[in-house]
Write a protein that binds this ligand. Structure first.
Ligand code: GLU
Length: 321
């Protein structure tokens, strides 16, 4: 069993990310598996200098460790996506040869306009309408003379089904979400492609991540299939949410690990609280990650987003009794 945590270094590690990291770590450690740390800094404009190192330092402070990662190396180095572009290009080549890709010349503004047109995409949401899917070679050449295209993957017309180990059986309608971008016009490889190439290359057998990525999974499964790579098992865990029901973010309070540390909160208090809100222990008492290994059980995780109320946050800062 090989698990992983794959943060994007676009901000400080907060209790929401830390909770996903802890659960992925527990899944690997409770199975006697290996745990991999990978920095997903493929989207350079979103990744800010210093945050990757800070994320690793924060997670170590919390009591997590990893067997392979950007700071310690390992058999599948490098462990930062910005250094793995050759692998993504190789995968793109393979997809091109298999006829899975086509160039798309649509701008974001055009796609937004189509999506909001009265007879546009209706209830399906802003899925890509396939405008450039069937251009002729001559049309492509003409457009390419003035515009650099993105590359899209043809999702085809099959439904995608899989059993998620936390969220249960999943079924996505044929073409759900539409043909998606694997390489942007600015040359940046998409998350969908990079994550598949990396999880496969690194031999990841189990992906545990936030439920916000559940919708990405059918796309990734199509990529695994097209690239003829074995797909991992998936477990998408309900997110921590703010009182407004939205994914927990900085605006919901002082919840960056760094600020908790600076305010004198002990790491085991945080891991105990995270275990408590994840249903692994009955009271938010201080617990070190190692002590939780025997208690990890995917089935005991909450099924719905966990609303982090002020009351609940107070138990993190002070009221542990
Ligand atoms: N890099 C993604 C994020 O930070 C996670 C990707 C994944 O776990 O597949 O949201």
């Amino acid at each position: 069993m090989r698990g992983r945590f794959a943060p994007t270094p676009s901000g400080l590690m907060h209790i929401g990310n830390a909770r996903t990291a802890l659960l992925a770590w527990l899944q690997a450690r409770s199975a006697g598996g290996r745990f991999i740390m990978r920095i997903e800094d493929i989207d350079k404009p979103r990744s800010r200098p210093g945050y990757a190192e800070q994320a690793l330092a924060d997670l170590r402070w919390l009591g997590l460790d990893w067997d392979e990662g950007p700071d310690i190396g390992g058999p599948f180095a490098p462990y930062a996506q910005s250094k793995r572009e050759a692998l993504y290009e190789e995968a793109l080549q393979k997809l091109q040869e298999g006829g899975w890709l086509y160039p798309c010349f649509c701008s974001r503004a055009e796609l937004a306009a189509i999506a909001s047109a009265p007879h546009g995409l209706g209830s399906e949401g802003p899925a890509y309408p396939g405008r450039c899917r069937d251009l002729t070679e001559a049309e492509r050449a003409a457009r390419a003379a003035t515009k650099t295209p993105s590359l899209r993957f043809r999702v085809g017309d099959r439904a995608v089904r899989f059993v998620d180990r936390a969220a249960g059986p999943q079924a996505f309608a044929p073409g759900a979400g539409g043909d998606f971008v694997v390489k942007r016009a600015d040359g940046i490889i998409s998350y969908q492609l990079a994550v598949v190439v990396d999880d496969a290359a690194m031999g990841v057998t189990d992906v545990l991540r936030g439920a916000d990525l559940l919708d990405s999974t059918p796309r990734q499964l199509l990529l695994y299939e097209a690239l003829q790579l074995p797909a991992p098992r998936f477990a998408h865990v309900p997110l921590l949410a703010g009182p407004d029901g939205k994914r927990l973010a900085k605006r919901h309070g002082g919840i960056a690990l760094a600020s908790l540390r600076d305010s004198g909160t002990a790491p085991e208090r945080i891991t105990g609280w995270l275990a408590f809100v994840s249903g692994l222990i009955d009271r938010p008492e201080p617990v070190r990650p190692m002590e939780l290994v025997g208690r990890f059980d995917l089935r005991s995780l909450p099924k719905d987003p966990v609303i982090v109320t002020d009351e609940l946050l107070k138990r993190l800062y002070g009221g542990m009794a």
